[in-house]
Design a protein around this ligand. Structure first.
Ligand code: ADP
Ligand code: MG
Length: 928
């Protein structure tokens, strides 16, 4: 492909440079060659995921429980001939089996749907390619590319397939993923000798490379696994779906609870056996069996079986709610990190401002002009600010010609007869200005112009260089037109044009600088326009650095880019939430400061602004000292962003950083939360970001932080709910073991307070459902009034542990008291256990309304989350039903109660929650 002539390749691929493929041919080729994607190893099949979930540690405990019920049943059938007892052991085993299957199905369902819904969310961020099909340029998903497609790439794009270049324009590409060479490669379109090595095939583009400069058009020669990247795809590391920090913490927590449970079980069995020995002077096998089955309940009680599944589901619910706010999150771990963000470093242009640029003033040929008009409409008068003198077109014509020729933007009339900008907004502003003076690029380049004018080369704008240049040929003359940040241009300037005379830069400097600072202090973005005559040889072969010097300044423009109106409020909200906001911009220091002041980002009009050249001179330690106090950075290059992030992170700050250009990708990766722009961002930045703003708005960052905090709060709330229940279950069973040493009424001293199945029911149904529902809770009113969460702090910090223990203790005690009372009142074993069971169920259902608030249930409207109401009603009613229906009575050892008792077990368990929360409100207690 690299050794043939490009026309032969086009012929061979049966395609055309000007028409592209037809959709029909493209579809046929797609069938033949397959999707343009890397096929990593086969995904784990569903049954494997399912089987794997059957061997999780929590589930293994349940398997052991089943084994024990089987042993106990055989003993009943064969030795004791106690058929009823044996059957109830069998039922117990069956129910546990059902629980295992339900849990595994849930895990499987969660794994597949969570992944799907995350994929669906991120389908908006799938790679796109600009391709020529049916004679029109269009954007398609990159995986649809086929050999023969004509594609167009520009700075910031990925190359999505292997290409042969048909035309290139200062095209430079980074191919380090194939060659290991970090330096960008300059591309050409000419044929190369047969024996050229991969790294030197400069007329080819390779899938996975990034365009770091210029643009190019190429024909796709290979896609998917046929590309050079595909050939080594097996060597590339596959990204695994990693557990999020909180998921890791939770699985650690469950492991610890399992160890604790094992300890408690051993103690309880020992205690039972000692108890029996003291009572009867023997230890019977029956006694051993009984105490083991009690111990199973205890083990199951201690472990929040459903917590890992509920957690992943709640995280997914959170990611979806973020997407509704126009924030697209790429991994679940970032959902958590977002809420802990302490510093947000934002670009100015387009994020804090509207990116609707309009030239309002300019200075040319020594004359100051003001410009009327709004938006992109190319109408508006230009007046001279020179003591009311008439406008002389000759004062701005050369300047404006230069500004519109050295320019890659356009404006286009749309269906509604409005003008739409196309391309770089700064350039658009200059195009509009030109049109106001009846100077347009098309007219200048058309054949009918006075002199034949052609564009030979373009050095595109780069935020590192802060300049762009175009080399043109007018008649027989060659010129370089350069424009860029005035302070940068002036470093490459020889003289300036004032009143049609060339004035040396040493003389002109003061006037120009004053002009720039006047504009900048008025929050205007400034650009200097310059040019120089070249020889033909220079024009065709000179390097960028050699050509962009000894320039003549033609003029300076002042461009207004109004702040987005809603940003001021967002910044105020973030400040209240103790999140610092920092502006990082390539613009002039004075412009940056003026905008920062208008947005309330800084209080002090004269506050310190650190500029890129200062950062350049600073050591990392000096920068470290400085960063906590600086809110505005100006004239910054993308490399500086990384250093600022690192310095802030050394202060233990959690940094979110926005970026839009290719060069921002490393900074986005270095940040804790890299943020890319969905509309104006390049493919490369979107790829390295954690969060994509679908609307490019700063306010979306604020909303995402708030959503991140809400999700974390909801997770803490449901964990408080689940763990409290576990404490209550364990305590009520242990109290039964330790305190009931003699039979009470019909109830033997070996009867556990709750049966294993009851405990499982509570964990899987009446606890999990409200927990899911808490994932849908809206933020509490003060969520953005608190400090960001300290990521190093334990999940159980801030009184969560003491709340779980105290509330769980009280609830467990209540369950035991209910059981003890029922036994003393002469009720049957099943009735006493049912009373204990329902006391627990309703105790925790009431408690759910308290757990969902960082304060108490009195501060949250219970009806604000209808999912929760539905979950609580369902859990309550189904728990009552299983005590009334004979089938469940047999299966679960429950028993119907009198209606007085039902009323008592529904309402009395509310008392602990209401009393404790009431005391909390009155005395401002935090620990429960
Ligand atoms: P930011 O995105 O933070 O506003 P940029 O890197 O886009 O910063 O711009 C930095 C400076 O480069 C601007 O202040 C302006 O002087 C100059 N500049 C921006 N866009 C262009 C352009 N298209 N052509 C020439 N100069 C430009
Ligand atoms: Mg910019």
């Amino acid at each position: 492909m690299y050794s043939q002539h490009r026309h032969d390749i086009l012929e061979q691929l049966e395609t055309s440079r000007h028409d592209g493929l037809t959709t029909e041919v493209a579809n046929a080729r797609l069938k033949k060659y397959g999707l343009n994607e890397m096929q990593h190893e086969q995904q784990e099949p569903g049954w494997k995921v399912f089987l794997k979930s059957l061997t999780e540690p929590i589930i293994i405990i349940l398997w052991i429980a089943i084994a024990l019920t089987l042993i106990s049943a055989s003993y009943d059938f064969l030795v004791r001939n106690d058929f009823d007892h044996g059957m109830s052991a069998i039922y117990e085993g069956l129910v546990i089996l059902i629980v295992i299957l339900v849990n595994s199905s849930l895990t499987y369902w969660q794994k597949s749907t969570a992944k799907k819904s995350l994929d669906a969310l991120s389908s908006d961020s799938r790679h796109q390619s600009n391709v020529l099909r049916d004679e029109t340029w269009q954007k398609i998903d990159a995986d649809q590319l086929v050999p023969g497609d004509i594609v167009d790439v520009k700075m910031g794009d990925f190359i999505e397939a292997d290409l042969r270049w048909l035309s290139v324009n200062e095209l430079q590409v980074n191919e380090s993923h194939l060659t290991g060479e970090a330096e960008a490669v300059e591309k050409t379109r000419d044929s190369l000798p047969e024996d050229t090595e991969l790294g030197d095939r400069t007329n080819m583009g390779f899938s996975g490379s990034t365009v770091v400069n210029g643009s190019g058009i190429g024909v796709v020669t290979a896609t998917g696994m046929q590309t050079e990247l595909g050939k080594i795809a097996d060597l590339l590391q596959q990204t695994k779906q990693e557990k999020t920090p909180i998921e890791r913490t939770v699985s650690q927590l469950t492991k610890r609870l399992m160890v604790a449970a094992a300890g408690v079980v051993v103690v309880a069995i020992t205690f039972d056996l000692v108890k029996e020995y003291l009572n009867t002077n023997t230890i019977s096998v029956t006694g051993l069996m009984n105490s083991i089955s009690g111990a199973i309940a205890l083990a199951v009680a201690a472990i929040p079986d459903s917590m890992p599944v509920v957690l992943s589901i709640v995280l997914t619910i959170g990611a979806r709610s973020l997407a509704r706010n126009n924030g697209l999150i790429k991994s679940l771990s970032s959902v958590e990190t977002l809420g802990a963000t302490t510093f947000i470093a934002s670009d100015k242009t387009g994020t804090l401002t509207k990116n609707e640029m309009t030239v309002t003033r300019f200075f040319s040929n020594g004359v100051n002009f003001a410009v009327d008009g709004n938006g992109y409409d190319p109408v508006g008068e230009i007046h001279s600010v020179k003591d009311g003198k008439n406008v002389q077109e000759s004062d701005f014509t050369p300047f404006l010609q230069s500004a519109v020729l050295n320019n890659e933007a356009q404006i286009q009339r749309n269906d509604a007869d409005n003008y739409e900008p196309l391309g770089n907004p700064t350039d658009v502003a200059l195009i509009v200005l030109g049109r106001k003076a009846k100077i347009s690029r098309d007219k200048l380049l058309s054949e009918t112009g006075e002199k034949d004018c052609d564009i030979l080369r373009v050095f595109p704008f780069e935020s590192t260089r802060k300049m762009m240049s175009t080399i043109i040929k007018i008649g027989d003359e060659y010129q370089i037109l350069t424009k860029g940040a005035p302070d940068v241009i002036m470093q490459h300037t020889k003289d300036a044009m004032f009143n049609n005379k060339l004035v040396s830069i040493s003389e002109a400097k003061e006037t120009l600088e004053k002009q720039v600072s006047d504009y900048a202090n008025d929050a205007l973005r400034t650009i200097a326009v310059a040019k120089r005559d070249l020889t033909k040889d220079e024009a065709l072969n000179g390097t960028q650095t050699d050509l962009e010097k000894k320039l003549t300044v033609l003029g300076i423009v002042g461009i207004i880019d109004p702040p987005r109106p809603e940003v001021k409020k967002s910044i105020a909200v973030l400040h209240k939430a103790s999140v610092e906001v920092v502006m990082i911009t390539g613009d002039h220091a004075a412009t940056a400061r003026a905008i920062a002041y208008r947005l309330g980002l800084v209080k002090d009009k004269e506050g310190r602004v650190v500029e890129g050249y200062e950062i350049e001179k600073m050591s990392d330690d000096e920068l470290f000292e400085l960063v906590p106090d600086i809110r505005v950075y100006a004239r910054v290059s993308p490399e500086h962003k990384q250093r600022i992030i690192k310095a802030l992170q050394k202060h233990n700050e959690i940094v979110a950083m926005t970026g839009d250009g290719v060069n921002d990708a490393p900074a986005l990766r270095a940040a804790d939360i890299g943020i890319a722009m969905g509309i104006n961002g390049t493919e490369v930045t979107k790829d390295s970001a954690d969060l994509i703003l679908m609307d490019d708005k700063f306010t979306t960052i604020e909303k995402s932080v708030s959503a991140g905090r809400t999700i974390f709060a909801n997770i803490k709330n449901f964990m408080r709910q689940e763990l409290t229940t576990n404490v209550a279950e364990v305590l009520s069973i242990l109290l039964g073991t330790f305190l009931i040493t003699q039979p009470i009424g019909h109830v033997s001293e070996l009867t556990p307070t709750l049966t294993t199945i009851m405990v499982l029911w509570v964990n899987m149904i009446s606890d999990s459902l409200p927990s899911f529902a808490m994932g849908y809770d809206e933020p509490e009113h003060d969520i953005m009034a608190e400090k960001p969460r300290d990521v190093n702090q334990s999940l159980l910090a801030n009184h969560l542990l003491s709340r779980v223990l105290i509330r769980g203790f009280v609830m467990g005690l209540a369950v035991f008291v209910a059981f003890y009372w029922a036994a003393s009142a002469g009720l049957q074993t099943n009735e006493a256990q049912t009373i204990a069971f329902l006391t627990l169920v309703f105790g925790q259902l009431w408690h759910a309304f308290d757990a969902r608030s960082a304060h108490t249930l009195f501060r949250r409207n219970p009806f604000s989350n209808m999912y929760l109401i539905a979950a609580v009603l369902f859990a309550g009613i189904s728990s009552l039903s299983i005590t009334m229906l004979p089938f469940f009575n047999m299966l679960m050892g429950t028993s119907p109660l009198t209606w007085e008792l039902y009323l008592a077990v529904i309402f009395l368990p509310a008392i602990p929650t209401f009393v404790l929360s009431g005391l909390k409100e009155i005395f401002g207690i935090k620990i429960w």
